[in-house]
Structure formats: structure tokens, C-alpha cells
Ligand binder design. Structure first.
Ligand SMILES: Cc1cc2nc3c(=O)[nH]c(=O)nc-3n(C[C@H](O)[C@H](O)[C@H](O)COP(=O)(O)OP(=O)(O)OC[C@H]3O[C@@H](n4cnc5c(N)ncnc54)[C@H](O)[C@@H]3O)c2cc1C
Ligand code: HEM
Length: 404
């Protein structure tokens, strides 16, 4: 338990730390990765190059400090981090290492302003936050390992299928190399892939949403090729999966995690709204919901044009077969051969105002995934039309910088 005095010091100094947050976290990663180079196989080296992960960690620590009187208000944020950590196989013994480097970096950046009292208060606050995360992560690990087909850490999977879904998205069907079952997941959850990246001389971990309903035997992911503007910017893992990984190869996977998923037992309507490769968790949700008869489901999708519109035929066939399923597609840059009414429904960016009567359904839950500006726009459009915040759920394909 933190004393009131400790909480007061943390609250009073949080704005100072926030003002220096970026420098502290930059210093932190530099010293952590110099002292523990093996962690370069765990952290996303692209985030390190571009400073993205720095921001996520700094914001989380600051959000915790600002809410230290009642951390329960951060439940959703902490649940997201714990799931991400569990999927990355972060272990309790790593928390003191991270804590030591974080506190040393606060001291180094703040200099004399960081008095012994301040450092001691932040050490206790870090310990408290670490306990909350470690506790939840250990629950997640136990639950997974106790479930049929579950495992902790990394398990080898064989690429059993590799299927192009559009010019830039390819699906991979992954079955365990040991031939055993795989743990079921909640539609919307992701797995982590852990692969050696020769360009870096390191292993790298990336998350991919599962893109089909659970079947107990294998998983499917659908990966967008991140080409980048220059050869240096070529995505480390996505291009490796596209170019190097073939049927029969093995890759290491963590068990499914994530707090973005539908309640498969509910009967209320589900509205899925995605942009680009953000459709992957939606397809998993859709395929699962269509197994239970009658539940109303709407899928709104935005893509540039038919060239990059993945799983188009699957969606069209599902809509033809299931009267409870409606789909609306927006193309913002249709190709000359793309026909309205056949390939897409509306020209332009996704605008739920155009289809308000079909998406503003009583008791519906809304699931959004796509680029951050896209998600903000859809979220704001729903809230402006009276949808409750608690009904709107979203997934960010990167460090979660959407929540503020
Ligand atoms: C929960 C979750 C689910 C996800 N689900 C999916 C999914 O279903 N399908 C999917 O395809 N992805 C998904 N992702 C994203 C995925 O994890 C990877 O982030 C993605 O594949 C890119 O990884 P990479 O190693 O190829 O690219 P990285 O090497 O990590 O690079 C990231 C991006 O930065 C760009 N870049 C690099 N350098 C620069 C620079 N200097 N300036 C500007 N841009 C630059 C790259 O081109 C690339 O687009 C998900 C992510 C999360 C967190
Ligand atoms: C109290 C301590 C910690 C806090 C507050 C914290 C916070 C965070 C946050 C906010 C993220 C981004 C989550 C997202 O993607 O949305 C993250 C990701 C991550 N965390 Fe932690 N973390 C802590 C401890 C640790 C420890 C001990 C490790 C072990 C090495 C670790 C490893 C990682 C990795 C590898 C990622 C993602 C990789 C990346 O993007 O570089 N974290 N953490």
C-alpha cells in the first residue's frame, strides 16, 4: 500500500516527469538495452528507431501517477498492457530490471531536482504498478496453460497454408508442429509471432489479429506487406513473412491474447467498422457470429480500391447466404474497372452518416479497427449520434496511443 505522503509526492511531481517524459524514457531504453542487449530481441526495434514505444510507456506511467488515488479508473488501459505483455512473454523477473533503469533515468534527467524523497516515492509507485501488471499477467498465463491446447511462452507452428487475399495482404494458416490442439480464443484477439530477422541480426516479435473463427486445430493470420518508401523503411517482419516464409516453414507463436473481442454469447447486434488491414479481427468476429443463427451483424469497410480489398468474395458470399448480415464497402480511389454496386457501395471515405439507419441499431456494440485518424473519425461520428462510449471498442495495430 502506498502512503498518502508517497501519493502526494507522486501527484505533485507527475507534471515534472511528464514534461521530461520523452527524455527520461529515451534515456531509459538506451541504458536498459545497453545493459541487457538480449532485450533487443523482445522490444520492437522499429519503435526504438522511431521513438514510438517511448511515448506509450511514458504515457502509461504518467496516467498511473495522475490516477494514483484510484488506479481502477485505468482498468482498461492496464488490461490492454497486461495482455500485450503476456503475449510478449514478459516475465516477473524482468520488472525489477526495468524498474532499476527507469528510476536511474529519472535521476539522470532531473539531476538535483530528483531528491531522495522523490526517487523513493516513484520507486514505490513503480512497484505498485508492477504488482498490478504482474498479478494480471500471471492470471492470464495460468488461464491459458490450464485450457486445452494452451501454452506459455513460444510454441513452434508450421505454415500449413499461404493464401494471397489482395495485392498486399496474405493469409497464413498456422498449425502446431507438435500436432496437438490449439487453445480457443475470443474473436478479435491476436497472437504474437517471434521470428529471426536477418537484416537486424535479432529476433523480433509482432502481433497479428486472428482472422478466422476458432477451430481448435490451427490459427489464421492475414498480414499486410509494409513496403515503406525506401528499402530501409521496409517492414522487418511483414515483408519477411511475405517474401521468405513458405508453406512447411516453422515460426514461433505466443498463445492468443487481447482485450478487443466480442461476447460470443450475447444476442445483441454487432457493428464492425474497419479500414484497410484493420479488417482482420472483424473477419474473425464475423465468421464466429455467423455460426450462431439470427444475430444481427453489419460490416462497414473502407479500402482504396479492389486491388487492396481483401476477402471481398468471402464477404459477398456470406452476405448472400445470411439475411442477418449486411455489408457496406467504401472505396476512396476506385480503379477504372471498379463498379459501384458490384465491387463497392459508396465512393469516398467511410461515412456512417450515409448508412445511419443500418448502423445505429438499438443495443449494438461497435468494433473499430484501422488507422488512428480513421478510428477517431468513426468513434466521434458514433458518439455524436448518441452511441454510448461503453459500446464503442477499438484496436490499435501498434502501441496504443489512441487512449488519452
Ligand atoms: C494488436 C495488434 C494486431 C495487429 N494485427 C495485424 C494484422 O492482423 N495484420 C497486419 O498486417 N498487421 C497487424 N498488426 C501490425 C503488425 O503487428 C506489425 O506492426 C506490422 O506487420 C508491421 O511490422 P513490420 O515489422 O513489417 O514493420 P516495422 O519494421 O515494424 O515498421 C513499421 C512501419 O513503419 C514504417 N517505417 C519504417 N521506417 C520508417 C520511417 N523512417 N518513416 C516512416 N515510416 C517508416 C514501415 O514501412 C512500416 O509500415 C497488428 C498490431 C497489433 C498491435
Ligand atoms: C510497470 C512497468 C511497465 C509499464 C507501465 C509498461 C507499459 C507498457 C506499455 C504502455 C506498452 C505499450 C502497450 C501497447 O502496445 O498498447 C508496453 C509494451 C511493451 N512492454 Fe511494457 N511496461 C512495463 C514493464 C515492462 C517490462 C518489465 C518488460 C520486460 C522486458 C516490458 C516489455 C514490453 C515490451 C517488449 C512491449 C512492446 C514492444 C515494443 O513496442 O517495443 N514492459 N509496456
Amino acid at each position: 500500500m502506498l502512503t498518502q505522503r508517497t501519493k502526494d509526492i507522486v501527484k505533485a511531481t507527475a507534471p515534472v516527469l511528464a514534461a521530461h517524459g520523452y527524455d527520461i524514457i529515451k534515456h531509459f531504453y538506451r541504458s536498459l538495452l545497453a545493459a541487457h542487449p538480449e532485450l533487443k530481441n523482445v522490444f520492437n526495434m522499429r519503435h526504438q528507431e522511431r521513438g514510438q514505444q517511448q511515448e506509450a510507456l511514458a504515457r502509461a506511467v504518467y496516467a498511473y501517477a495522475a490516477n494514483i488515488e484510484d488506479p481502477s479508473t485505468l482498468a482498461a488501459l492496464l488490461e490492454g498492457i497486461a495482455n500485450k505483455h503476456a503475449s510478449l512473454d514478459v516475465r516477473p523477473e524482468q520488472y525489477p530490471i526495468v524498474g532499476e533503469h527507469l528510476l536511474a533515468s529519472i535521476k539522470a534527467v532531473l539531476g538535483d531536482a530528483a531528491t531522495a524523497d522523490i526517487i523513493s516515492a516513484w520507486a514505490q509507485a513503480y512497484g505498485n504498478l508492477a504488482d498490478i501488471l504482474m498479478g494480471r499477467e500471471s492470471e492470464l498465463r495460468e488461464r491459458t496453460v490450464e485450457t486445452l491446447g494452451g501454452w506459455v511462452g513460444w510454441r513452434e507452428f508450421v505454415v500449413a497454408g499461404k493464401q494471397p487475399e489482395s495485392d498486399i495482404i496474405t493469409s497464413f494458416v498456422l498449425a502446431p508442429a507438435d500436432g496437438g490442439p490449439v487453445v480457443n480464443f475470443e474473436p478479435g484477439q491476436y497472437i504474437s509471432v517471434n521470428v529471426p530477422v536477418p537484416r537486424l541480426g535479432l529476433r523480433q516479435i509482432r502481433q497479428y489479429s486472428l482472422s478466422d473463427a476458432p477451430n481448435g486445430r490451427s490459427y489464421r493470420i492475414s498480414v499486410k506487406r509494409e513496403e515503406g518508401a525506401t528499402p530501409e523503411q521496409k517492414g522487418y517482419v511483414s515483408t519477411l513473412l511475405h517474401d521468405e516464409i513458405r508453406i512447411g516453414d516453422t515460426i514461433a507463436l505466443a498463445a492468443p491474447h487481447g482485450n478487443f473481442f466480442i461476447d460470443v454469447n450475447a444476442t445483441t447486434p454487432v457493428v464492425l467498422i474497419s479500414g484497410g488491414v484493420g479488417l482482420t479481427p472483424m473477419i474473425s468476429m464475423l465468421n464466429r457470429v455467423l455460426q450462431s443463427p439470427g444475430r444481427e451483424i453489419v460490416f462497414v469497410h473502407g479500402a482504396r480500391n479492389s486491388g487492396v480489398h481483401a476477402m471481398k468474395d468471402h464477404l459477398r458470399a456470406a452476405a448472400a447466404q445470411h439475411p442477418n448480415f449486411k455489408t457496406f464497402t467504401f472505396y476512396n480511389e476506385p480503379l477504372p474497372q471498379d463498379q459501384a454496386g458490384r465491387d463497392f457501395d459508396y465512393r469516398g471515405l467511410v461515412d456512417i452518416g450515409t448508412i445511419a439507419a443500418s448502423v445505429l441499431l438499438p443495443d449494438a456494440d461497435y468494433y473499430i479497427c484501422g488507422p488512428i485518424p480513421f478510428m477517431r473519425q468513426q468513434h466521434d461520428a458514433l458518439i455524436a449520434r448518441g452511441i454510448a462510449e461503453t459500446r464503442v471498442h477499438y484496436e490499435v495495430f501498434g502501441p496504443d496511443l489512441f487512449a488519452e
